[in-house]
Write a protein that binds this ligand. Structure first.
Ligand code: NAP
Ligand code: MG
Length: 493
């Protein structure tokens, strides 16, 4: 197949106060296509000075100007206009996301569709925010007002770039906050295209600012900034811990969506074909670069050898290929850094367990950060490949004896983002649902994610929830109002 024409290499500046502005130091950094290792764009490389400018613009837009005067209906309409722009530009955005992340084009199309749905959802929710009236004595009135938290700093990862931006921007706009978004340095491109429609959609200058650059510099400056009220972060637990420490100095509100090592549990009575599919889909979708990846595959001993064999046979059919080809099921990893990281774990895994399939770089590609879908089996839950998040296409298959054993292994992890159980026994399924210490549990499926349902983790997978009304709550303060209806003096003194 002839390769499609290469688009021009663009340079993207920061988007601050409704303007495109270069970084204060004039520097840019290159952005790559991980399937060709070629530079596809240059992006402003920001320092603390740029973050300061963006935070001040967001502060000013929150404190005065057009934004505080908007009604919830206005903000809802703006969100629907943004969603419309995304749907209109879906093929372009999906292609750009695909080129920049290496994810298969078909998956990128789903992602961008979900981006639009997210803006539509919060567009609808914007004017459904209400307070409460409390039953205080008859001579008084007590009620709550729900008000925006203020300036939100939002830091996102590279695995679902525009979708992670949407999960943060849409509820923030619905709530009436203003935002400074820091995309992942590997994948800022779709967010910058998105910024070009904000003005037309009716977003006033300063309400959404996007600042690019290295996490340790621009991300850290955003977390430390005294005029930022809240940080919403999605990324690794290691960076999450740094953020909590830094945010303590200014007592910012913090919500964290971190990593996981999620158990995908298979009982002997599960539907066989669906289970084998679910084990693979759970860990190989998006090249395994998924925070909720079912990277620990727990299999009942009765079916264990046959299950490992069936997974292996089916995994042979996973088509690795150029991300823009429609039959590609797995593209390259996002970056050289991630490729090296995953490759290190492959070597660790070969020592810690047995290899059923994969374990290295496919021979068919000269360029690109491709890694074979890899299945390690006879993994002990104490092994590094069972405890540490790999964030690549690597399954660690672990046998278990019975239900209690499965629960013990499932919960024996510092993480608690997600988990899944496959069985036709409804009693067992719901016992497992209640026993698992994780924020998201799937029964007879793994990964479906709907904007209507809450997303977030227990334990070291973070705190706070995104999506649904829960996601909006995180951008709201609660003001308690007491009104005295009794005109007589207190009479205390
Ligand atoms: P990461 O290294 O933690 O980076 C995430 C974001 O934080 C990036 O924008 C990064 O900037 C920035 N950052 C890095 N150091 C920072 C610092 N000191 N202060 C402030 N910001 C900083 O994670 P990643 O490797 O991009 O993404 C993979 C991780 O994200 C995995 O652990 C995965 O589980 C997690 N994740 C979780 C969810 C969820 O919903 N729970 C979803 C997706 C991903 P740079 O790009 O410049 O490094
Ligand atoms: Mg990084």
């Amino acid at each position: 197949m002839s390769s499609p024409a290469k688009p021009a290499v663009k340079t993207y500046q920061n988007y601050i106060n409704g303007q495109w502005v270069p970084a204060a130091n004039g520097e840019t950094f290159p952005v790559y296509d991980p399937s060709t290792e070629e530079v596809i764009a240059h992006v402003a490389s920001s320092s603390a000075a740029d973050v300061d400018k963006a935070a001040k613009a967001a502060r000013a837009a929150f404190d005065s100007g057009a934004w505080p005067a908007t009604t919830a209906q206005d903000r809802g309409r703006i969100l629907f206009k943004i969603a419309g722009k995304i749907r209109q530009n879906l093929p372009m955005l999906a292609e750009l996301e695909c080129r920049n992340t290496g994810k298969p084009i078909v998956e990128a199309e789903y992602d961008i569709g979900d981006v639009a749905t997210c803006f539509e959802y919060y567009g609808g929710l914007a004017n459904k925010v209400t307070g409460n009236v409390m039953p205080v004595p008859a001579n008084a009135l007590s009620f709550t007002l729900r008000e925006p938290v203020g300036v939100a700093g939002q830091i996102i990862p590279w695995n679902y770039p525009l979708l992670m931006a949407a999960w943060k921007l849409a509820p923030a706009i619905a709530a009436g906050c203003t935002c400074v978004l820091k995309p992942a340095e590997q994948t800022p491109l779709t967010a910058m295209e998105f910024a070009s429609w904000l003005e037309e959609a009716g977003v006033p200058p300063g309400v959404v600012n996007i600042v690019n650059g290295a996490g340790e510099i621009s991300g850290a400056a955003l977390v430390a900034h005294p005029q930022v009220d809240k940080i919403a972060f999605t990324g690794s637990a290691a960076v999450g811990k740094l953020i909590v420490k830094s945010a303590a100095d200014t007592l910012k509100r913090v919500t964290l969506e971190l990593g996981g090592k999620s158990p995908n549990i298979f009982f002997a009575d599960a539907d066989w074909e669906a289970a084998v599919d679910g084990a693979l889909f759970g860990v190989f979708i998006n090249q395994g670069e998924v925070c909720s990846a079912g990277s620990r595959v727990l299999v009942e001993k009765k079916i264990y050898p046959k299950f490992v064999e069936a997974m292996t046979e089916k995994a042979k059919r996973i088509k690795l290929g150029p991300p823009l080809e429609r039959d590609t099921k797995m593209g390259p990893l996002v970056s050289k850094e991630q490729y090296d990281r995953v490759s290190t774990y492959l070597e660790v895994g070969k020592k810690e367990a047995k290899t059923a399939i994969g374990g290295g770089r496919p021979k068919t590609f000269e360029k690109g950060y491709y890694v074979e879908p890899t299945i390690f089996y006879d993994v002990d839950n104490s092994a590094r490949i069972a405890r540490e998040e790999i964030f690549g296409p690597v399954a660690s298959v672990i046998p278990f004896e019975h239900e209690a054993d499965a629960i013990r292994i499932a919960n024996d992890t510092p993480y608690g983002l997600a988990g899944a159980v496959w069985t036709r026994d409804i009693y067992k399924a719901f016992r497992i649902v209640k026993s698992m210490r994780a924020g998201i549990i799937w029964v007879n499926h793994m990964q479906p994610t709907y904007v209507e349902a809450p997303w977030g983790g227990y334990k070291q997978s973070g705190f706070g929830r995104e999506l649904g009304p829960w996601g909006l709550e995180e951008y709201l303060e609660t003001k308690q109002v007491f009104v005295n209806l009794d005109e007589t003096p207190i009479g205390w003194y």
